[in-house]
Design a protein around this ligand. Structure first.
Ligand code: TXA
Ligand code: MG
Length: 319
């Protein structure tokens, strides 16, 4: 459904988002495909709608800087950039607070969370205030397609997959936000965007380390950093020993001896499984087991993206 943004359609949008459904909305950069950041299954359904082959971490959108900085650890650099450029086309990657309410799937299991205060209509800003964990949204295009800058682009690309598209006219910037990682000592630019590097550097009063992924041209938004557990992780297991922690898709057959067992989706839904994936891995990694074994997971639906992340988690770490 494509509706012009009005008080009524905004109320409908807020109700849909609260119910765990997706709503596409306009920002100054591109249209986003939004979900309530605190609802894991809603976040998982974003990847399903986009047909994303892997779980790239998502940006959480907020009404203002103080709401954004309630869920991540902001330092002086972050507050200075926020004061200079928000609302606007700048995304900050910061460490999650220990009680960060945002689904771990939105960070793809990483300890950081991307946040931004977009330039949106007053009506949509009021809607954002109703979601203290923010609205997570990637660009509202099918995976591998151009980012949409009109509501019609969203309808043409995602159509039925989005219950509601709020039409607020064409985007003014038409280019995604610049992504700056402030989670480490050196500020790093992860993606060029609608805010020039020189403007960001002028506020930081130091140069940005350019860390733009070389694969970015072929595959926009791809990143090399990914979640990896500390314990060794083995894929394709059919049983577990008593000193092993186990991750299974739907049922425990063969894994009864595991010291800890996580079942991703007792009902067999890949959306539910995706929503649970990273929190389950974190729990298994924190257990007393020596290693983690993972049963085969079929690649239907979000299964392909789950397997992609599990393969990366199993690959030997470089450090
Ligand atoms: O302008 C925009 O940023 C649009 C509008 C809708 O806000 N959103 C957007 O989202 O372009 P998406 O998902 O297409 O791109 C998000 C970018 C990706 O390059 C992703 O890898 C990076 O931000 N990113 C998100 N969270 C991250 C994190 N925790 N660490 C590093 N990079 C992150
Ligand atoms: Mg994108």
């Amino acid at each position: 459904m494509l509706l012009p943004e009005t008080p009524d359609s905004l109320t409908l949008a807020a109700d849909l988002l609260s119910a765990g459904k997706l709503v596409a909305f306009a920002t100054e950069t591109v249209y986003g495909l939004g979900a309530d950041a605190t609802q894991g299954q809603a976040v998982a359904s974003i990847y399903n709608a986009k047909g994303r082959p892997s779980f790239n971490p998502l940006i959480a959108h907020f009404a203002d800087a103080s709401s954004a900085f309630a869920v991540v650890k902001a330092d002086e650099r972050a507050t200075a950039l926020a004061a200079a450029f928000w609302p606007g086309p700048l995304t900050l990657v910061l460490s999650r607070t220990t009680d960060c309410p945002i689904s771990s799937l939105a960070s793809a299991g990483l300890s950081t969370q991307a946040v931004r205060v977009p330039l949106v209509t007053d009506g949509f800003r009021a809607l954002l205030r109703r979601f203290p964990g923010g609205i997570v949204a990637p660009s509202a295009n099918p995976s591998g397609y151009l980012s949409p800058t009109t509501a019609e682009h969203v309808a043409a690309g995602l159509g039925e997959a989005v219950p509601l598209i709020l039409d607020a006219g064409p985007c003014t910037a038409g280019l995604e936000s610049a992504v700056v990682d402030l989670s480490g000592p050196d500020p790093r630019l992860l993606r060029h965007g609608a805010l020039p590097v020189s403007s960001i550097e002028a506020v930081l009063r130091q140069p940005l380390t350019l860390d733009v992924d070389p694969a970015v041209k072929a595959s926009p938004g791809q990143m090399t950093q990914h979640y990896a557990p500390n314990k060794p992780l083995f894929l394709g297991a059919s049983r577990a020993n008593a000193d092993q922690a186990a991750l299974v898709f739907q049922n425990a057959t063969g894994f009864e001896d595991a010291s800890v067992l996580e079942i991703l989706s007792p009902s067999g839904s890949t959306i539910e499984a995706a929503a649970n994936l990273f929190s389950a891995l974190h729990r298994l990694d924190a257990s007393n087991a020596r290693s983690i074994v993972v049963s085969d997971i079929a690649s239907e639906g979000l299964g392909a993206a789950i397997n992609d992340r599990l393969r990366r988690a199993a690959a030997k770490r470089e450090d």
